[in-house]
Design a protein around this ligand. Structure first.
Ligand SMILES: [Zn+2]
Length: 324
């Protein structure tokens, strides 16, 4: 129970979200504030408490209403003042005698996060009954789709030419650099197992040096912002083979790039899991596009749960693995 790729019949996206909530890596306001971002740590919906995971999912009056309407009829969210969200999950998953009830709880956790984002970022509210209806409808549709799915063996591909999702329990960070007119643009994007964007960022610097150096800078930039956003488990992908070789410590050299690599490796030690992977350029189109458009930025830009609008077609195309 509560393993990232457990056997529950809910969309992978829902599993990922619950996993992020359990591992305290959902960007709630209190988490963002604790990472040094200048945001109000209080709940954007009720304003009455710090927005922790526990508050967001269970204690907020807005969430309590959803739970009361859910088939789970949970009304004891408040009883857990001292506990953590992961304790609640463990307790809840035990209480749910049937796998199905636990799946419904997971679906509602995900829906509450969506409603919270809808209000926080778009100032829109959804009728609680409608939210309940949509959540159960989604679960139903997913189950139907599962039954229809033909069991096919995945094609064996040694060097993928399109973006591939991270393996179990991790997210994938892609980074890239672009150089033009003595400026360097850095781009990063973090995605989950279904190719949804968790965050993206771009930066323009006046530093202009070797390809190796700027590509290493891009990895450092991406890893730093992922760390700041609370991620602790990452596959890091770059299309610069020499940088990946340095990062995998296959070789060492006396160069400015090595210093950046050493810095990246020390940052990587803060992660529970961090692996460096080489990928074809064709797998790295989103971060490449962000690096390119960053050339016109005057300051660093970070998108949480989002990406710049112009890379949407690339993000969508990278989800092709879902349909293969
Ligand atoms: Zn609240």
């Amino acid at each position: 129970m509560l393993r990232r790729n457990s056997e529950e019949n809910v969309p992978q996206k829902v599993k990922n979200l619950v996993w992020r909530a359990v591992s305290n890596s959902l960007p709630t306001m209190s988490l963002l504030a604790s990472r040094g971002m200048s945001v109000d740590p209080r709940c954007p919906r009720c304003g009455e408490a710090m927005e922790t995971i526990l508050h967001m999912v269970l204690q907020c009056s807005e969430s309590k209403l959803i739970w009361l309407l859910s088939p789970a009829r949970i009304s004891d969210g408040v009883a857990l003042e001292g506990g953590s969200f992961s304790e609640w999950c463990l307790d809840m998953s035990k209480k749910c005698k049937m796998a199905r009830s636990w799946e419904i709880v997971m679906m509602f956790v995900c829906q509450i996060w969506n409603l919270r984002n809808l209000w926080t970022y778009e100032r829109r509210k959804m009728d609680p009954m409608l939210a309940r209806h949509r959540t159960l409808q989604l679960l139903g549709e997913y189950e139907v789709a599962l039954e229809r799915k033909q069991p096919v063996s995945p094609p064996v591909e040694l060097t993928p030419t399109s973006w591939q999702p991270p393996s179990a329990a991790t997210f994938k960070l892609n980074t890239d650099a672009a150089v033009r007119d003595n400026k360097t643009g850095l781009g990063m994007v973090v995605r989950d197992g279904v190719g949804d964007v968790l965050m993206s960022a771009g930066l323009c610097t006046d530093v202009c040096c070797s390809v190796l150096q700027v590509e290493a800078e891009a990895v450092r930039f991406g890893l730093k912002y992922s760390l700041d956003a609370g991620m602790r488990s990452l596959e890091v992908e770059s299309d610069c083979l020499p940088v990946v070789q340095l990062l995998r410590m296959k070789k060492r050299e006396r160069s400015p790039a090595q210093m950046i690599v050493d810095d990246i490796l020390s940052m990587a030690s803060n992660f529970d899991y961090c692996e460096f992977i080489f990928a074809n350029r064709s797998c790295n189109k989103v971060s490449h596009a962000i690096a390119n458009s960053s050339l016109s930025f005057s300051e660093v830009r970070v998108w949480m749960e989002e990406h710049p609008a112009d890379v949407l077609p690339l993000v969508t195309a990278d989800k092709n693995f879902l349909y293969q």
